[in-house]
Design a protein around this ligand. Structure first.
Ligand code: AHR
Length: 504
């Protein structure tokens, strides 16, 4: 059996665990909102029409922040359509997904949902068909206390206290030709800078995300970030990154190495942002908001969002995830944790039904997809600081990313509890891997618990009839002896291991 090693030491720290990297995303798309989080008449619905069974799963998932209301949807959205008496709200065409938007849910309802779910609200402005004034208006409605037209309108609509939203996206994927109101980097950078300047004069301490690239293979990748940041550097806190991965042509080996691509993507954006900072002689460091990431089988859903069947809540991109997908999601979380010094926000896209960890049947149950588990475990377990971990292992050859290490791993350490959590991935498609990890500087540790996803048939899924076919199990072989953690990682697997101070 191949052995791979890591060395863990509390002296080597990347950064504190950033809770906002456990974010997610609710877009008015497909069945994410309608029959997803919101279904009046459902047996579990609250007085606002929000499904209680979904809320419970969202809390269990450990989501910290939720980006809303889009996505491509936001680039044609008029926020004011979604406030006030339900009967007066207009039905509109949504050009992004060729559906009808009833506006039954708007900012007031979503803010109440976010409060019930105990998540921070991250709001996206429309900079596709709209601009500075509409962003200011939406901000005034949400965050101004009282005695102005829009804050008083919010109060009339039932929310006395402002929502206190702190995190805002300046548009969505504005580099993408598919985006309603798509712009060049210069056009977008100028609009984002002026919108940010105006918003900051209303509320100086808000945090703003400028649009980066829709994915790292966009033809403008790199150049887009550089130009947008040159125009917005003083005004924004984050530049966004989006990435979706899928297994193509049965190439599981490359798919399991998706984290290599995410690492490279993050490192490239950091380098670009820092080079702009250097050029501008500005010591400020721009962080990354990785506000859309997941596995998404785009090749299976090539024509969705087109057509002339303008309907409400038409099912869109309802990927059913298997074990391999969950292993990849666990690996992408390792990549995000590893970059905690520069990735301050990340959003698993999306939350319910649309490429989501949670699925629902209208008028029926809600259940956890396979990818729910690595996310929920990482969010629950990661605490304290992220340790600097340099996994050493043999490599394997991938068609997409060349030579890739079989092992990927990271770890967190909580000085308060004395606990060390190790997250590890065995990318081998056919062989187990022994993880050997030396533990220095922590005192004596023992294994408290472990969780494993994988090791069997990687194509197994959960569904309505079998919602718990894939759940985490304990590692069969894991121990600490003589200051070394040893664990057997089965092929195509992700695991988390909780170590605590020895009790005996
Ligand atoms: O999450 C689905 C879509 O993917 C979003 O609307 C868009 O921003 C991205 O291209």
């Amino acid at each position: 059996m191949t052995t791979a090693s890591v060395h863990l030491d509390p002296a080597f720290v990347v950064a504190p665990v950033r809770r906002r990297i456990f974010g997610s995303f609710v877009e008015h798309m497909g069945r994410c909102v309608y029959t997803g989080i919101y279904e009046p008449g459902h047996a579990s619905a609250d007085t606002d029409g929000f499904r209680g069974d979904v809320l419970e799963l969202v809390r269990e998932l450990g989501v910290s922040v939720v980006r809303y209301p889009g996505g491509n949807f936001v680039s044609g959205y008029r926020w004011e359509d979604g406030v006030g008496p339900a009967a007066d709200r207009p039905v509109r065409r949504d050009l992004a997904w060729h559906t009808l938007e009833t506006n039954a849910v708007g900012i007031d309802e979503f803010a109440r949902w976010a409060r019930s779910a105990d998540v921070e609200l991250m709001y996206s402005f429309n900079l596709g068909t709209r601009g500075v004034q509409e962003a200011l208006d939406a901000h005034e409605y949400m965050n101004h206390d009282k005695d102005t037209a829009l804050s008083d309108q919010r109060r009339k609509n039932g929310a006395d206290a402002p929502y206190g939203v702190k995190l805002f996206c300046l548009g969505n994927e504005m580099d993408g030709p598919w985006q309603t109101g798509h712009k060049t980097a210069h056009e977008y950078g100028r609009l984002a800078a002026e919108t940010a300047r105006a918003l900051r004069s209303a509320e100086p301490d808000i945090q703003l995300v400028a649009c980066g690239s829709s994915h790292s293979s966009m033809p403008t990748f790199g150049a887009w970030e550089a130009e947008v940041l040159e125009l917005t550097y003083d005004q924004v806190d984050y530049i966004s990154a989006h990435a979706y991965y899928e297994e193509l042509d049965g190439d599981l080996g490359s798919f399991l190495a998706s984290g290599v691509n995410m690492d490279h993507f993050i490192d490239s954006v950091v380098a670009t942002a820092d080079s702009v900072g250097a050029k501008l002689k500005n010591p400020k460091r721009i962080e990354i908001s990785f506000d859309e990431w997941n596995v998404w089988y785009q090749t299976r859903f090539a024509n969705e969002g087109a057509g002339d069947d303008w309907t409400v809540a038409k099912p869109l991109i309802e990927d059913v995830y298997n074990v391999a997908d969950a292993v990849v999601v666990g690996g992408l979380l390792i990549s995000l944790l590893r970059h905690s010094d520069r990735v301050g926000v990340a959003c698993l896209a999306q939350l319910v039904n649309v490429i989501a960890p949670i699925m629902t049947a209208p008028d029926g149950p809600a259940w956890r997809q396979t990818i729910f588990h690595p996310f929920a475990l990482t969010s629950r377990l990661a605490s304290g600081v992220v340790l600097r971990v340099e996994p050493q292992s043999e490599t394997y050859t991938t068609a997409r990313y060349g030579e890739v290490p079989l092992l990927d791993a990271t770890a967190t350490y909580d000085e308060g509890t004395g606990e060390v959590i190790v997250f590890a991935l065995n990318r081998s498609t056919d062989a187990p891997l022994t993880l050997a990890s030396s533990l220095t500087g922590f005192g004596e540790l023992e294994v408290a618990e472990s969780w494993l996803i994988g090791g069997g048939d990687p194509s197994v899924t959960n569904d309505r009839e079998h919602p718990d076919r894939v759940v985490p199990t304990a590692l069969a072989s894991v121990e600490v002896a003589d200051g070394v953690l040893r664990a057997e990682l089965p092929p195509v697997s992700w695991c988390a291991i909780r170590l605590r101070a020895t009790t005996s």
